[in-house]
Design a protein around this ligand. Structure first.
Ligand SMILES: [Zn+2]
Length: 93
């Protein structure tokens, strides 16, 4: 499986240049319950559709950024540095 990903600094590159950092999730409050902490650490939404993810440009500028990717087709819709893409996409219980 291969697809192209656009680094906000370097431009379009093969996905092999990057490391996948997982889904973007919301940190629990300052003093979470055991259940909230377990959900944050161990549970992922794993959607079949567009999700927001962390990516690291390991063979380039070594920047962490976020991408919105359709997990069914690997089409990347948007990329941006943390905070650039606006509100979290579909993150919730
Ligand atoms: Zn880069």
């Amino acid at each position: 499986m291969s697809f192209l990903l656009t680094c906000p600094h370097c431009g379009v590159r093969e996905v092999a240049d990057f490391a996948f950092g997982g889904e973007v999730s919301v940190r629990p409050r300052e003093t979470p319950t055991f259940r909230e902490l377990s959900r944050y650490n161990y549970f992922r939404r794993n959607v079949a559709g567009v999700q927001r993810e962390w990516w690291y440009h390991r063979s380039g500028c070594r920047t962490w950024f976020q991408a919105e990717r359709d997990t069914r087709t690997n089409v990347v819709l948007r990329v941006g540095l943390p905070g650039e893409l606006g509100a979290e996409l579909g993150v919730g219980p």
